[in-house]
Design a protein around this ligand. Structure first.
Ligand code: UTP
Length: 413
Protein backbone atom coordinates (compact mmCIF):
# COMPACT_ATOMS: atom_id res chain seq x y z
CA UNK A 1 0.00 0.00 0.00
CA UNK A 2 1.30 3.46 -0.85
CA UNK A 3 1.65 6.25 1.66
CA UNK A 4 -1.70 7.79 0.80
CA UNK A 5 -3.42 4.42 1.02
CA UNK A 6 -1.94 3.84 4.47
CA UNK A 7 -3.11 7.23 5.62
CA UNK A 8 -6.64 6.55 4.37
CA UNK A 9 -6.75 3.22 6.20
CA UNK A 10 -5.53 4.77 9.39
CA UNK A 11 -7.97 7.66 9.29
CA UNK A 12 -10.83 5.24 8.73
CA UNK A 13 -9.69 3.00 11.61
CA UNK A 14 -9.81 5.95 13.95
CA UNK A 15 -13.09 7.43 12.65
CA UNK A 16 -11.45 10.44 11.06
CA UNK A 17 -13.14 10.21 7.64
CA UNK A 18 -13.90 13.94 7.72
CA UNK A 19 -10.20 14.52 7.05
CA UNK A 20 -10.38 12.30 3.96
CA UNK A 21 -13.22 14.49 2.65
CA UNK A 22 -11.21 17.58 3.37
CA UNK A 23 -8.26 16.19 1.38
CA UNK A 24 -10.40 16.57 -1.72
CA UNK A 25 -10.45 20.35 -1.49
CA UNK A 26 -6.87 20.87 -0.34
CA UNK A 27 -4.01 21.73 -2.68
CA UNK A 28 -1.37 19.02 -3.07
CA UNK A 29 1.01 20.97 -0.88
CA UNK A 30 -1.56 21.51 1.88
CA UNK A 31 -2.46 17.83 1.78
CA UNK A 32 1.17 16.74 2.11
CA UNK A 33 1.76 19.06 5.05
CA UNK A 34 -1.34 17.78 6.80
CA UNK A 35 -0.38 14.15 6.20
CA UNK A 36 3.05 14.75 7.59
CA UNK A 37 1.57 16.32 10.70
CA UNK A 38 -0.91 13.45 11.19
CA UNK A 39 1.91 10.93 10.82
CA UNK A 40 3.46 12.43 13.93
CA UNK A 41 0.29 12.16 15.99
CA UNK A 42 -0.49 9.11 18.08
CA UNK A 43 -4.10 8.63 16.89
CA UNK A 44 -4.47 5.56 19.06
CA UNK A 45 -3.73 7.61 22.15
CA UNK A 46 -6.21 10.28 21.05
CA UNK A 47 -8.96 7.70 20.64
CA UNK A 48 -8.13 6.22 24.04
CA UNK A 49 -8.39 9.69 25.55
CA UNK A 50 -11.68 10.27 23.74
CA UNK A 51 -13.03 7.01 25.19
CA UNK A 52 -12.19 8.19 28.70
CA UNK A 53 -14.48 11.22 28.20
CA UNK A 54 -17.40 8.82 27.74
CA UNK A 55 -16.75 6.91 30.93
CA UNK A 56 -18.24 7.88 34.26
CA UNK A 57 -15.55 9.26 36.52
CA UNK A 58 -14.65 6.43 38.76
CA UNK A 59 -14.48 7.42 42.40
CA UNK A 60 -12.03 4.98 43.83
CA UNK A 61 -12.36 3.58 47.30
CA UNK A 62 -9.48 5.48 48.73
CA UNK A 63 -8.42 5.96 52.25
CA UNK A 64 -8.79 9.73 52.56
CA UNK A 65 -7.12 11.46 55.48
CA UNK A 66 -6.51 15.05 56.42
CA UNK A 67 -3.11 16.52 55.73
CA UNK A 68 -1.06 18.69 58.03
CA UNK A 69 -0.32 22.32 57.19
CA UNK A 70 0.98 25.36 58.93
CA UNK A 71 -0.86 28.67 58.96
CA UNK A 72 1.47 31.57 58.17
CA UNK A 73 -0.84 33.99 59.98
CA UNK A 74 -0.57 32.01 63.22
CA UNK A 75 3.21 31.67 63.27
CA UNK A 76 5.14 33.40 66.00
CA UNK A 77 7.70 35.95 64.79
CA UNK A 78 10.50 33.68 65.97
CA UNK A 79 9.19 30.72 64.00
CA UNK A 80 8.72 32.77 60.85
CA UNK A 81 12.22 34.25 61.16
CA UNK A 82 13.72 30.80 61.54
CA UNK A 83 11.99 29.49 58.40
CA UNK A 84 12.80 32.65 56.42
CA UNK A 85 16.44 32.26 57.31
CA UNK A 86 16.51 28.71 55.94
CA UNK A 87 14.78 29.82 52.73
CA UNK A 88 16.83 32.99 52.28
CA UNK A 89 20.05 31.05 52.39
CA UNK A 90 19.04 29.01 49.33
CA UNK A 91 17.82 32.07 47.44
CA UNK A 92 20.94 34.12 48.24
CA UNK A 93 23.19 31.28 47.15
CA UNK A 94 21.55 31.35 43.71
CA UNK A 95 19.96 27.94 44.15
CA UNK A 96 16.42 29.10 43.42
CA UNK A 97 14.63 29.31 40.07
CA UNK A 98 11.14 30.30 39.01
CA UNK A 99 8.97 28.78 36.29
CA UNK A 100 5.93 30.62 34.95
CA UNK A 101 3.45 28.42 33.16
CA UNK A 102 2.18 30.58 30.35
CA UNK A 103 1.19 27.96 27.80
CA UNK A 104 -2.55 27.98 28.52
CA UNK A 105 -5.14 29.07 26.00
CA UNK A 106 -6.90 31.47 28.33
CA UNK A 107 -10.18 30.73 26.58
CA UNK A 108 -12.40 32.00 29.40
CA UNK A 109 -10.76 35.42 29.45
CA UNK A 110 -11.26 35.82 25.68
CA UNK A 111 -8.16 38.01 25.36
CA UNK A 112 -6.78 37.89 21.83
CA UNK A 113 -3.21 36.85 22.60
CA UNK A 114 -1.21 35.07 25.28
CA UNK A 115 -2.69 35.62 28.74
CA UNK A 116 0.51 37.24 30.02
CA UNK A 117 0.02 40.03 27.47
CA UNK A 118 -3.32 40.97 29.04
CA UNK A 119 -3.22 44.45 30.54
CA UNK A 120 -4.92 44.74 33.89
CA UNK A 121 -6.43 48.15 34.44
CA UNK A 122 -4.61 49.11 37.63
CA UNK A 123 -3.42 52.47 38.89
CA UNK A 124 -4.62 54.34 35.79
CA UNK A 125 -1.85 53.27 33.42
CA UNK A 126 -2.49 49.54 33.74
CA UNK A 127 0.01 46.69 33.96
CA UNK A 128 0.49 43.57 31.85
CA UNK A 129 0.33 40.23 33.68
CA UNK A 130 3.94 39.51 32.62
CA UNK A 131 4.92 42.95 33.94
CA UNK A 132 3.37 42.20 37.34
CA UNK A 133 5.33 38.94 37.54
CA UNK A 134 8.58 40.62 36.46
CA UNK A 135 8.10 43.27 39.16
CA UNK A 136 7.59 40.61 41.80
CA UNK A 137 10.82 38.86 40.80
CA UNK A 138 12.83 42.08 40.48
CA UNK A 139 11.79 43.03 43.99
CA UNK A 140 13.07 39.68 45.28
CA UNK A 141 16.31 40.08 43.31
CA UNK A 142 16.88 43.45 44.93
CA UNK A 143 16.10 42.12 48.39
CA UNK A 144 18.45 39.14 48.12
CA UNK A 145 21.13 40.67 45.93
CA UNK A 146 20.89 38.09 43.14
CA UNK A 147 19.22 37.51 39.79
CA UNK A 148 16.81 34.58 39.85
CA UNK A 149 16.62 32.65 36.59
CA UNK A 150 13.10 32.97 35.22
CA UNK A 151 11.84 30.15 32.99
CA UNK A 152 8.72 30.95 30.99
CA UNK A 153 6.77 28.08 29.49
CA UNK A 154 4.88 28.88 26.31
CA UNK A 155 2.94 26.70 23.89
CA UNK A 156 3.43 26.30 20.16
CA UNK A 157 0.29 28.40 19.75
CA UNK A 158 1.50 31.38 21.73
CA UNK A 159 5.29 31.16 21.71
CA UNK A 160 5.88 33.61 18.85
CA UNK A 161 3.50 36.23 20.23
CA UNK A 162 4.94 35.83 23.73
CA UNK A 163 8.53 36.24 22.60
CA UNK A 164 7.68 39.26 20.43
CA UNK A 165 5.79 40.86 23.29
CA UNK A 166 8.58 40.34 25.81
CA UNK A 167 11.19 41.59 23.32
CA UNK A 168 9.14 44.69 22.58
CA UNK A 169 8.81 45.43 26.28
CA UNK A 170 12.47 44.72 26.94
CA UNK A 171 11.56 41.84 29.28
CA UNK A 172 10.21 44.51 31.64
CA UNK A 173 13.75 45.27 32.72
CA UNK A 174 14.58 41.66 33.63
CA UNK A 175 18.14 40.61 32.88
CA UNK A 176 17.90 39.05 29.42
CA UNK A 177 20.27 36.15 30.09
CA UNK A 178 18.15 35.15 33.08
CA UNK A 179 14.93 34.77 31.10
CA UNK A 180 14.70 31.32 29.53
CA UNK A 181 11.70 30.61 27.33
CA UNK A 182 10.73 27.03 26.57
CA UNK A 183 7.77 25.47 24.82
CA UNK A 184 5.48 22.77 26.12
CA UNK A 185 4.07 19.64 24.52
CA UNK A 186 0.72 19.44 22.77
CA UNK A 187 -2.10 17.14 21.78
CA UNK A 188 -4.79 17.45 19.10
CA UNK A 189 -8.13 19.03 19.95
CA UNK A 190 -11.15 16.87 19.11
CA UNK A 191 -14.85 17.60 18.85
CA UNK A 192 -17.52 15.97 20.97
CA UNK A 193 -17.70 13.04 18.53
CA UNK A 194 -13.97 12.38 18.65
CA UNK A 195 -13.18 14.06 15.32
CA UNK A 196 -9.88 15.88 15.19
CA UNK A 197 -10.32 19.60 14.56
CA UNK A 198 -8.61 21.13 11.55
CA UNK A 199 -7.85 24.84 11.75
CA UNK A 200 -8.08 27.50 9.11
CA UNK A 201 -4.39 26.99 8.30
CA UNK A 202 -5.49 23.50 7.09
CA UNK A 203 -3.51 21.82 9.84
CA UNK A 204 -4.64 19.81 12.88
CA UNK A 205 -5.54 22.13 15.74
CA UNK A 206 -3.30 21.33 18.68
CA UNK A 207 -3.71 22.32 22.30
CA UNK A 208 -1.01 22.50 24.95
CA UNK A 209 -0.92 19.39 27.14
CA UNK A 210 -1.85 21.05 30.44
CA UNK A 211 0.10 22.54 33.31
CA UNK A 212 1.16 19.00 34.26
CA UNK A 213 3.11 19.00 31.00
CA UNK A 214 5.58 21.37 32.65
CA UNK A 215 7.81 18.59 34.00
CA UNK A 216 8.38 16.68 30.79
CA UNK A 217 8.68 19.94 28.84
CA UNK A 218 11.34 21.22 31.24
CA UNK A 219 13.25 18.04 30.58
CA UNK A 220 12.82 17.81 26.79
CA UNK A 221 13.50 21.50 26.17
CA UNK A 222 16.81 21.46 27.99
CA UNK A 223 15.54 23.86 30.65
CA UNK A 224 16.09 21.27 33.35
CA UNK A 225 19.69 20.78 32.24
CA UNK A 226 20.09 24.56 32.23
CA UNK A 227 18.84 24.71 35.82
CA UNK A 228 21.32 22.05 36.89
CA UNK A 229 24.14 23.85 35.18
CA UNK A 230 23.25 26.97 37.16
CA UNK A 231 23.30 24.99 40.41
CA UNK A 232 19.56 25.34 41.06
CA UNK A 233 18.23 23.22 43.93
CA UNK A 234 14.67 24.51 44.38
CA UNK A 235 12.18 25.46 41.68
CA UNK A 236 9.03 27.47 42.11
CA UNK A 237 6.31 26.69 39.55
CA UNK A 238 3.35 29.04 39.25
CA UNK A 239 0.76 30.31 36.81
CA UNK A 240 0.74 33.48 34.77
CA UNK A 241 -2.61 34.77 35.95
CA UNK A 242 -2.55 35.34 39.70
CA UNK A 243 -1.63 38.99 40.22
CA UNK A 244 -0.87 38.46 43.93
CA UNK A 245 1.35 35.41 43.39
CA UNK A 246 4.43 35.50 45.62
CA UNK A 247 7.03 33.62 43.65
CA UNK A 248 9.80 33.94 46.21
CA UNK A 249 8.25 33.07 49.56
CA UNK A 250 11.15 32.19 51.83
CA UNK A 251 8.78 31.00 54.59
CA UNK A 252 7.34 28.35 52.26
CA UNK A 253 10.82 27.34 51.16
CA UNK A 254 12.07 27.26 54.76
CA UNK A 255 9.16 25.06 55.78
CA UNK A 256 9.97 22.57 53.01
CA UNK A 257 13.63 22.49 54.02
CA UNK A 258 12.80 22.08 57.70
CA UNK A 259 10.34 19.27 56.94
CA UNK A 260 12.95 17.65 54.70
CA UNK A 261 10.44 17.14 51.88
CA UNK A 262 10.83 17.48 48.13
CA UNK A 263 7.62 19.37 47.39
CA UNK A 264 5.74 22.25 49.00
CA UNK A 265 2.64 24.26 48.27
CA UNK A 266 0.89 27.41 49.43
CA UNK A 267 -2.80 26.89 50.17
CA UNK A 268 -5.74 29.18 50.78
CA UNK A 269 -8.54 28.15 53.11
CA UNK A 270 -11.81 27.40 51.34
CA UNK A 271 -14.36 30.23 51.37
CA UNK A 272 -16.99 27.71 52.62
CA UNK A 273 -17.15 23.92 53.04
CA UNK A 274 -18.79 23.48 49.66
CA UNK A 275 -16.69 25.83 47.56
CA UNK A 276 -15.96 24.04 44.29
CA UNK A 277 -12.20 23.82 44.55
CA UNK A 278 -9.70 20.99 44.85
CA UNK A 279 -8.33 20.53 48.36
CA UNK A 280 -5.28 18.87 49.83
CA UNK A 281 -5.60 15.55 51.61
CA UNK A 282 -3.71 12.32 51.90
CA UNK A 283 -4.98 9.29 50.00
CA UNK A 284 -3.46 5.93 50.66
CA UNK A 285 -0.73 7.73 52.56
CA UNK A 286 0.30 10.10 49.75
CA UNK A 287 -0.38 13.81 49.33
CA UNK A 288 -3.09 14.61 46.82
CA UNK A 289 -5.36 17.36 45.65
CA UNK A 290 -8.83 15.89 45.67
CA UNK A 291 -11.54 17.39 43.45
CA UNK A 292 -14.62 18.67 45.28
CA UNK A 293 -16.68 16.11 43.39
CA UNK A 294 -14.64 13.27 44.86
CA UNK A 295 -14.74 14.45 48.46
CA UNK A 296 -17.72 12.97 50.34
CA UNK A 297 -20.07 15.73 51.52
CA UNK A 298 -19.71 14.82 55.19
CA UNK A 299 -15.94 15.01 54.97
CA UNK A 300 -16.15 18.42 53.31
CA UNK A 301 -17.88 19.73 56.41
CA UNK A 302 -15.70 18.01 59.04
CA UNK A 303 -13.78 20.25 61.42
CA UNK A 304 -10.81 19.56 63.67
CA UNK A 305 -10.34 20.36 67.37
CA UNK A 306 -9.61 24.00 66.53
CA UNK A 307 -12.79 24.36 64.53
CA UNK A 308 -10.88 24.46 61.23
CA UNK A 309 -12.10 22.53 58.19
CA UNK A 310 -10.22 19.23 57.99
CA UNK A 311 -10.28 19.41 54.20
CA UNK A 312 -10.12 23.14 53.77
CA UNK A 313 -6.74 23.81 52.13
CA UNK A 314 -7.31 24.64 48.49
CA UNK A 315 -4.60 24.34 45.87
CA UNK A 316 -3.81 27.67 44.22
CA UNK A 317 -1.05 26.83 41.73
CA UNK A 318 1.77 28.01 43.99
CA UNK A 319 4.18 25.09 44.18
CA UNK A 320 7.79 24.32 45.00
CA UNK A 321 9.83 21.32 43.91
CA UNK A 322 13.39 20.24 44.44
CA UNK A 323 15.35 19.71 41.25
CA UNK A 324 15.36 15.96 42.01
CA UNK A 325 11.57 16.01 42.32
CA UNK A 326 11.26 17.64 38.90
CA UNK A 327 13.64 15.12 37.43
CA UNK A 328 11.60 12.27 38.92
CA UNK A 329 8.19 13.56 37.75
CA UNK A 330 9.52 14.40 34.29
CA UNK A 331 10.07 10.69 33.71
CA UNK A 332 6.60 9.61 34.86
CA UNK A 333 3.55 9.78 32.59
CA UNK A 334 0.83 11.79 34.34
CA UNK A 335 -2.78 10.98 33.45
CA UNK A 336 -4.71 13.32 31.14
CA UNK A 337 -7.97 14.98 32.13
CA UNK A 338 -10.37 16.35 29.57
CA UNK A 339 -11.57 19.93 29.53
CA UNK A 340 -14.40 21.13 27.29
CA UNK A 341 -13.51 24.36 25.51
CA UNK A 342 -14.58 26.61 22.64
CA UNK A 343 -12.36 26.11 19.59
CA UNK A 344 -12.80 27.18 15.97
CA UNK A 345 -12.22 24.78 13.07
CA UNK A 346 -12.93 24.33 9.37
CA UNK A 347 -15.72 22.11 8.09
CA UNK A 348 -15.47 19.62 5.22
CA UNK A 349 -15.96 22.44 2.72
CA UNK A 350 -13.04 24.31 4.26
CA UNK A 351 -15.27 26.99 5.77
CA UNK A 352 -14.28 28.30 9.17
CA UNK A 353 -16.71 27.69 12.01
CA UNK A 354 -16.45 29.84 15.12
CA UNK A 355 -18.58 28.14 17.76
CA UNK A 356 -20.74 30.09 20.19
CA UNK A 357 -20.77 27.22 22.66
CA UNK A 358 -18.07 24.90 23.99
CA UNK A 359 -17.54 22.30 21.27
CA UNK A 360 -14.32 20.39 21.86
CA UNK A 361 -12.13 18.42 24.21
CA UNK A 362 -8.67 19.53 25.20
CA UNK A 363 -6.55 16.99 27.07
CA UNK A 364 -4.50 18.24 29.95
CA UNK A 365 -2.23 16.79 32.58
CA UNK A 366 -2.52 18.57 35.95
CA UNK A 367 0.48 19.70 37.93
CA UNK A 368 -0.99 18.48 41.22
CA UNK A 369 -1.23 14.88 40.01
CA UNK A 370 2.52 14.82 40.58
CA UNK A 371 2.07 15.13 44.35
CA UNK A 372 0.99 11.50 44.70
CA UNK A 373 4.45 10.41 43.59
CA UNK A 374 5.84 11.66 46.90
CA UNK A 375 5.48 10.55 50.49
CA UNK A 376 4.97 13.98 51.95
CA UNK A 377 4.53 17.68 51.19
CA UNK A 378 4.95 20.90 53.18
CA UNK A 379 1.82 23.05 53.05
CA UNK A 380 1.77 26.66 54.12
CA UNK A 381 -1.59 28.32 54.46
CA UNK A 382 -1.49 31.81 53.04
CA UNK A 383 -4.21 34.42 52.87
CA UNK A 384 -6.65 35.03 50.07
CA UNK A 385 -6.21 38.82 50.26
CA UNK A 386 -2.42 38.51 50.16
CA UNK A 387 -1.81 35.57 47.86
CA UNK A 388 -4.65 34.96 45.48
CA UNK A 389 -6.17 37.23 42.83
CA UNK A 390 -6.60 35.19 39.65
CA UNK A 391 -7.63 36.50 36.25
CA UNK A 392 -9.65 33.62 34.79
CA UNK A 393 -13.02 34.78 33.52
CA UNK A 394 -13.97 37.74 31.35
CA UNK A 395 -16.56 38.83 33.91
CA UNK A 396 -17.83 37.91 37.38
CA UNK A 397 -15.73 35.85 39.79
CA UNK A 398 -11.96 35.70 39.25
CA UNK A 399 -12.14 38.33 36.53
CA UNK A 400 -10.02 41.40 35.73
CA UNK A 401 -12.44 43.42 37.87
CA UNK A 402 -11.99 41.30 41.01
CA UNK A 403 -8.22 40.97 40.43
CA UNK A 404 -7.87 44.77 40.08
CA UNK A 405 -9.72 45.34 43.36
CA UNK A 406 -7.61 42.78 45.23
CA UNK A 407 -4.35 44.01 43.73
CA UNK A 408 -4.99 47.67 44.54
CA UNK A 409 -6.24 46.84 48.02
CA UNK A 410 -3.09 44.84 48.72
CA UNK A 411 -0.70 47.52 47.47
CA UNK A 412 -2.59 50.40 49.08
CA UNK A 413 -2.07 48.90 52.52
P1 UTP B 1 -5.86 27.26 33.48
O1 UTP B 1 -6.13 25.83 33.71
O2 UTP B 1 -6.61 28.23 34.28
O3 UTP B 1 -6.07 27.52 31.92
O4 UTP B 1 -4.31 27.49 33.64
P2 UTP B 1 -5.95 28.80 31.01
O5 UTP B 1 -5.42 28.34 29.73
O6 UTP B 1 -5.19 29.90 31.65
O7 UTP B 1 -7.45 29.30 30.82
P3 UTP B 1 -8.76 28.64 30.20
O8 UTP B 1 -9.11 27.47 31.06
O9 UTP B 1 -8.51 28.27 28.77
O10 UTP B 1 -9.75 29.76 30.31
C1 UTP B 1 -3.65 27.70 34.84
C2 UTP B 1 -2.20 28.05 34.54
O11 UTP B 1 -1.59 26.98 33.84
C3 UTP B 1 -1.07 27.43 32.59
C4 UTP B 1 -1.86 28.68 32.26
O12 UTP B 1 -1.16 29.49 31.35
C5 UTP B 1 -2.06 29.28 33.63
O13 UTP B 1 -0.89 29.97 34.05
N1 UTP B 1 -1.24 26.38 31.58
C6 UTP B 1 -2.43 25.76 31.42
C7 UTP B 1 -0.16 26.06 30.80
O14 UTP B 1 0.94 26.64 30.93
N2 UTP B 1 -0.32 25.08 29.88
C8 UTP B 1 -1.49 24.44 29.68
O15 UTP B 1 -1.55 23.56 28.80
C9 UTP B 1 -2.57 24.78 30.49
Amino acid sequence: MDRMGQMEEMLKTYNQEHILKLFQILTEEEKMKLIEQINNIDLHQIMELYDTTKKEIEIKENKIEEISYEDKAKMTNGRKEKLDELGEKIVKEGKYAVVTMAGGQGTRLEHPGPKGTFKLDIYGKGKYLFEILAENLKEANKKYGISIPWYIMTSNQNNKDTVEFLEKNNYFGYKREDVIIFTQGELPLIDMDGKILIGKDKMVRMGSDGNGGTFSSLRKSGALANMKERGVKWVFIGGVDNVLLKMVDTTLLGLAIEKNVQIASKSIVKANPHEKVGVFCKTNGHPKVIEYSELPEKMAEEVDDNGELKYGESHVMCNLFTIEAIEKVSKEPLIYHSAIKKNSYIDEQGKEVIPQEKNSYKFEAFIFDAFELFDDIAILRGKREEDFAPVKNKEGVDSPKTAKELYEKFWNR
